[in-house]
Design a protein around this ligand. Structure first.
Ligand code: ARG
Ligand code: ZN
Length: 898
């Protein structure tokens, strides 16, 4: 059953208030739902159809009286409701079984505690309701449970009452002062400890911040609390948005389908994005926690105060909130380095490069595959399948372009200022409403009438409507007589499912020119490409006779497009060495490496010396450059991923790509051996741990150096560096250094690896999140003898492997199927067989997780033989199952209709 955006109609009823009473019991929880309901005067009179899912219905009362009702599928239909527009009382009593809820949607039990997840359509698994985001209500909630087993009882808003009951039970009553859609409802009950912090808002109002975790984890909550405080401050400073609740709570659970959830005043998080101390969490964990805590907090305004009219508008809140969390992390990194503007700019660029890397390795393939959809989709079968990198990451890029285009140069208003004005207007107009992506874009444009965004708004909104990654072809010509550079650009966008023809996009292109010696000849200009083909001229450039300028196009990755330009190697080397835009500096190195990789993939001989001497020397210069910081060097020296290389090809031989990239890594390990040794010595340190951008960059680079030195030792037989690496692993003062050393040993397949893995297990087998790393490292490691699959099959039998736990399933199964192409794509098809078995096994437990895994072969039709046929067979085997969930069914049928 396909749901279409065009079919939207307003709800026939409003639910003004909801009073919920829960008698919490793992096997049978009783839910009393008392609502004030009235007809929507704008919609023709009709029966009330309430959504439900896996509920046992015991009673329905209207104004206190029994009433007739019928079931239509899973919907409860009430036909004999009072006429007229007066509100009436509707009371529904149901029970459900949280202990058996392995889908982790609705009310479920994890580690003997109760949690909820209602977005997108989980509230219907708790009670019958109008489960749609445009129905907003005032909630009050009474929780009753055994006091010993469930001492902490939480829900949205403010705690207004609590006390004891008979039989060892107790209760708590919560009232949320803000209207909300039901997907933001939450409750938590169980045994928790909490870190508390009181903060004063600029207004003088006091807020209580709490982070709830299981006892034993309290020493891992400091970073989450710091991140929350930083988020509150940032939203006040940058957007003038403050916390609107007396109390703001975060609760961690180890069983969670996604990252975290922005329930009003009661955010529920995957433990992975809360818990960190230096012994158990890596720098990447620290960074992820900061951005996810920020993300969920920022939803309080972008998502909760102003929410989505329908789920097709999901990117209204997700794209915007990802943009906000990306900006938050950038600003925070820069803030930490405010005494050193160059370092601050570099730290911001590092964050930008990481975000772009994710976009290009995950979203670009999605946009080119069978699941491609616009940022505002037109239809879906299962909304859970549309929590995608397109909605989130491409959605964020669309908001970022709006910020860029919101500048009014004539009045000296920057994009950043213009965008902030637009946000203010958005809240002025829509606070408390459920709105659309159009409403958002309109507010940003209306607040900036002189901006390019306002001028091109209608055309700009094609970014919401058209799927696919646009391609921009650029070519430059220089007229030495007039010292004029002409940049010609044309754009096109490949077809995507249901969209054969695309209209031109509005593409902001940040552009500059360098002289042959690397000096900046033209500082960054914003060019706005709106036509299929367009030229831009730059006159009177201060260039010497015989000197040609070098173009730096799409600085900062100013639009989510593929830039096609035939740069010469010399131009790219100039950009790598001198571009004032650090993003394009990095991009130049990526292009050089990518070009080398593509040439080697196309050749027929075994790949050796894929990188030419000039490129190796340029990379060495970056590595040794004292003016660049370590995090940036780490990014420049990281080769394009196998997935990104595959994206550039019409026909993909995953083993060939893997062999080429491995050969490139081995070459860098060999030819830069002494430089890696230097880098390791120069960047390892033993001081107190701090996750700040400078320290984490140093750890990243020293870790990369160890990886390269161990890789090289494998070929040379050197025993010194493996020994030192093992020592580092044993003596490490923090998880980042320890895990980097372990990966270096495992990644190079050195004998010491087995011993190190066992030691690591002994140290951390009681730390679930560290065990996830242990499983993931093994499942994701380089497949030298074709034995990773059997290792993965063995690890599935390990006593610490639990397929029902999403984090653990992801750490083992996804790490193999989605993150280890060299091991997964086997000519004997055994990787695909394993994949199809796991999709089916998971589908019976948790369809959302299964559907994610089902996407591992999205790009099957591009594979070379024998992979293509084998992958096709595996997908067909899944599709042949009769009782698939909607989630998996939608993914595999789209893959097959490709
Ligand atoms: N709104 C959450 C976030 O991005 C994601 C929740 C998605 N949950 C789901 N079941 N699809 O912060
Ligand atoms: Zn979100």
């Amino acid at each position: 059953q396909l749901i279409q955006r065009a079919d939207y109609t307003a709800p026939a009823f409003w639910i003004d208030t909801v009073d919920l009473t829960f008698d919490l019991d793992p096997a049978k929880t009783r839910v009393l739902n008392q609502m004030r309901v009235r007809r929507n005067p704008d919609v023709a009179a009709q029966p009330l159809r309430l959504d439900g899912d896996e509920l046992n219905l015991a009673r329905v009362l209207v104004n206190g009286q029994g009433t007739s009702f019928k079931m239509d599928g899973s919907q409860l239909v009430l036909e004999n409701l009072p006429e007229g527009h007066e509100a009436f009382d509707l009371e529904i009593f149901t029970t459900c079984n949280p202990a058996k809820n392995t889908k982790l949607m609705g009310l479920y039990v994890s580690n003997d505690s109760f949690f909820t997840q209602c977005e997108a359509e989980g509230f219907r698994r708790i009670t019958y309701f109008l489960d749609r985001p445009d129905v907003m209500s005032n909630y009050s909630v009474t929780l009753r449970a055994d006091k010993k087993a469930f001492p902490v009882l939480l829900s949205n808003g403010n705690l207004v009452d609590e006390g004891t009951l008979e039989d060892g039970r107790h209760f708590a009553r919560w009232v949320d002062p803000h209207k909300k859609p039901c997907y933001l409802f939450a409750l938590v009950a169980g045994q928790f400890v909490c870190r508390e912090q009181r903060v004063k808002a600029p207004s003088g109002k006091e807020h209580l911040l709490q982070v709830f975790v299981r006892s034993g984890d309290l020493d891992k909550t400091e970073h989450a609390m710091n991140s929350l405080m930083a988020s509150i401050k940032w939203d006040e400073q940058r957007f003038n948005l403050s916390l609107d609740l007396e109390r703001f709570m975060i609760v961690a659970t180890s069983d969670f389908n996604m990252g975290a959830m922005e329930n009003k005043g009661l955010n529920i998080f995957n433990t992975k994005f809360v818990l960190a101390n230096s012994a158990t969490a890596t720098d990447m964990d620290y960074a992820n926690i900061e951005s996810v805590v920020g993300h969920e907090y920022f939803h309080n305004w972008t998502g909760n105060r102003v929410t989505c009219r329908d789920w097709f508008q999901l990117s209204l809140k997700e794209g915007l909130t990802v943009f906000r969390d990306q900006e938050f992390s950038q600003d925070l990194a820069a803030e930490a380095l405010k005494d050193n503007p160059t370092a601050a700019a570099s730290a911001k660029a590092v964050k930008r490069i990481e975000d772009v890397r994710l976009l290009r390795t995950a979203q670009f393939p999605e946009d080119a595959g069978p699941m491609a959809h616009p940022v505002r989709p037109d239809s879906y079968v299962e909304i859970n399948n549309f929590y995608t990198v397109t909605i989130y990451e491409k959605g964020s890029e669309v908001v970022r372009m709006m910020q860029t285009l919101a500048a009014t140069p004539a009045s000296n208003i920057s994009g950043r200022e213009g965008f902030a004005k637009g946000m203010s207007l958005y809240f002025e107009r829509h606070d408390g409403q459920a709105v659309t992506c159009d409403d958002f874009a309109q507010a940003i444009a209306d607040a900036n009438p002189g901006s390019a965004l306002a001028t091109h708004l209608t055309q700009f909104k094609r970014w919401y409507a058209q799927a696919g990654t646009p391609r921009v072809q650029a070519s430059g010509s220089y007229n030495a007589d007039t010292r004029t550079y002409t940049l010609s650009m044309s754009q096109s966008c490949p077809p995507s499912p249901g969209q054969d023809h695309k209209e031109p996009f509005v593409i902001p292109v940040q552009f500059g020119l360098l002289g042959a010696d690397g000096r900046e000849v033209l500082s960054t200009q914003l060019l706005v490409l709106t036509e299929a083909t367009q030229s831009f001229e730059f006159k009177d450039l201060s260039l010497q006779a015989g000197e040609e300028p070098v173009p730096s196009i799409l600085r900062g990755f100013s639009a989510p497009v593929v830039l096609e330009k035939d740069f010469t190697a010399t131009q790219l080397l100039t950009l790598l060495a001198h571009d004032t835009d650090p993003f394009n500096q990095w991009e130049a190195a990526q292009r050089l490496c990518l070009n080398a990789a593509l040439t080697a993939v196309a050749a027929s001989d075994a790949p050796t010396h894929v990188l030419d001497a000039a490129l190796v020397q340029a990379l060495r210069t970056v590595l040794r450059n004292p003016a660049l910081d370590a995090a940036f060097k780490d990014l420049v020296l990281t080769l394009p991923s196998e997935t990104y290389i595959a994206e550039q090809l019409e026909v993909v031989d995953p083993q060939r790509i893997h062999a080429v990239r491995e050969s490139m890594r081995a070459q860098l390990a060999r030819e830069l051996h002494d430089d890696w040794a230097w880098a390791f010595e120069a960047h390892s340190e033993n001081g107190a741990f701090s996750p700040d951008p400078v320290s984490s960059g140093r750890r990243a680079l020293s870790g990369m150096a160890l990886t390269m030195l161990c890789l090289d030792a494998r070929t040379t037989g050197d025993e010194v560096w493996p020994g030192r690496t093992y020592q580092c692993f044993k003596d490490a003062h923090n998880m980042t250094d320890r895990f980097n050393a372990l990966s270096a040993l495992v990644g190079s397949g050195l004998e010491l690896a087995g011993d190190a893995l066992q030691r690591f297990y002994n140290l951390f087998h009681n730390e679930a999140l560290v065990m996830d790393k242990w499983f993931a490292l093994q499942a994701g490691s380089t497949d030298r003898g074709g034995n990773i699959l059997s290792l993965v099959r063995n690890l599935m039998l390990h006593p610490d492997f639990h397929i029902k736990n999403p984090n653990r399933a992801r750490s083992l199964i996804f790490s193999f199927c989605s993150a280890n192409p060299g091991a997964f794509h086997r000519s004997d098809a055994a990787g695909y067989v394993f994949w199809s078995e796991r999709v089916l096994e998971l589908d019976a437990i948790n369809p959302q997780v299964a559907a994610r895994l089902a996407r591992a072969l999205d790009r099957w039709s591009k594979l070379a033989e024998p992979y293509r046929t084998a992958a096709h067979e595996a997908i067909k085997r899944i599709a042949a199952k009769t009782d698939l969930s909607n989630d998996v069914r939608e993914v595999v049928s789209r893959a097959l209709s490709n």
